[in-house]
Design a protein around this ligand. Structure first.
Ligand code: NDP
Length: 335
């Protein structure tokens, strides 16, 4: 349960685990609701946005103090009065951080197509982060074979896939991450050409110059702040920057300024923000292609699982300290 709106870094104590017998587990008569047994819940940086009260929420509603946290997840239908879902269906979509969720308007749920891959992958490589990486890279970055690609937060839910999609396109790919363990994953598990630990680099500009002596064609932005400034001055002519996220800024009362925007003009760079929801229509194509990559072993995916709802608040908060190694998710119940 989300307690109350916050400022600054989120804390475990901003949420509490509540046991109640008051949850409605009966489908109201005459409704088209679905009762879900939640199996996997995903921890996503955007959930931090929902913990602050906005006059006009930017893209997704704020959490409601005193109510159950909601987010992406995977579950099994255990009761249904909706003609589109039957008992036993496995679904992905927006659900509650609880053992069972009564979904009264299941328009945000969709049936899972492939059951010959790990079901939890539908919170990651075959779910929202996967579509973010796929559409953000292919649609926003307009990649070409042989181009130089840089990805920040590169070992996370989105970043690890951006790097692998870029390698499949024949690009040269470098990633940054916040520990040597993550750098090792980038190079040895995800096939990045190079990687560096940004926390150990006293000069990000120098680190990028070392990795890209000829400059960067494509930057997939996940972090913002000083990294964005350093990247801007290392971009090549006609480069593209996909503005996916700026996690370094989400907990600051006053976001840091960006100082090198003039390079957008000087180097004719296209910088474009996007939301994964802009590309929902691409989901079927993405799911088919990416599931095949996974089955063929062309894409690896690393997950960081915690077991039990009682561990969910710490898992979510840990994203903002880089505790997760790969896609952070919560196992509520096994299939
Ligand atoms: P991750 O799995 O990458 O987890 C977050 C990671 O961010 C942490 O592990 C940490 O990795 C890094 N991080 C945390 N704080 C900082 C900081 N201050 N400076 C630099 N890095 C930091 O998350 P996702 O892959 O799910 O999300 C990545 C980005 O994509 C986020 O910005 C998110 O908001 C955005 N996003 C945007 C979407 C859209 O529709 N536009 C959809 C989904 C995600 P490390 O140890 O490497 O520092």
């Amino acid at each position: 349960v989300f307690k109350d709106f916050i400022t600054g870094f989120p804390k475990e104590s901003d949420m509490e685990v509540v046991t109640t017998d008051k949850v409605r587990l009966k489908i109201p008569e005459g409704s088209t609701a679905v009762l879900l047994k939640n199996l996997y819940l995903s921890c996503d940086p955007y959930m931090r946005w929902r913990m602050t009260m906005h006059d006009e929420p930017p893209c997704i509603p704020d959490f409601v103090p005193g109510s159950v946290v909601t987010g992406d997840g995977v579950g099994e239908v255990v009761d249904s009065s909706n003609p589109d879902f039957k008992v036993g269906d496995l679904v992905r979509g927006i659900t509650g951080w609880e053992e069972y969720s009564l979904i009264t308007a299941p328009k945000m749920l969709s049936k899972i197509r492939y059951t010959d891959v790990p079901l939890s992958y539908y919170t990651g490589v075959l779910g929202m982060p996967g579509l973010t990486a796929y559409a953000g890279f292919h649609e926003i970055c307009s990649p070409k074979n042989g181009e130089y690609v840089f990805v920040s937060a590169a070992s996370g839910a989105v970043g690890q896939l951006v790097g692998q999609f870029a390698k499949l396109m024949g690009c040269y790919v470098v990633g940054s991450a916040g520990s040597d363990e993550k750098v090792n994953l980038l190079k040895n598990k995800f096939g990045f050409d190079e990687a560096f630990n940004y926390k150990e680099e006293p000069d990000l500009n120098a680190a990028l110059k070392r990795s890209f002596p000829e400059g960067i064609d494509i930057y997939f932005e996940n972090v913002g702040g000083p990294m964005l400034d350093a990247v801007l001055s290392n971009m090549r002519k006609h480069g593209r920057i996909a503005m996916c996220g700026m996690i370094s800024q989400y907990n600051l009362d006053k976001p840091e300024g960006v100082h090198n925007l003039f390079y957008l003009i000087a180097k004719s760079i296209r910088m474009e923000g996007f939301l994964v929801s802009d590309f929902i229509h691409k989901y079927p194509q993405f799911e088919e292609i990416t599931a095949q990559y996974v089955k063929d072993g062309k894409i690896n995916y690393v997950e960081d699982k915690v077991v039990g709802l009682e561990n969910a608040p710490a898992a979510l908060v840990g994203l903002f300290a880089g505790h997760n190694v790969g896609r952070q998710l919560v196992v509520v119940s096994h299939e």
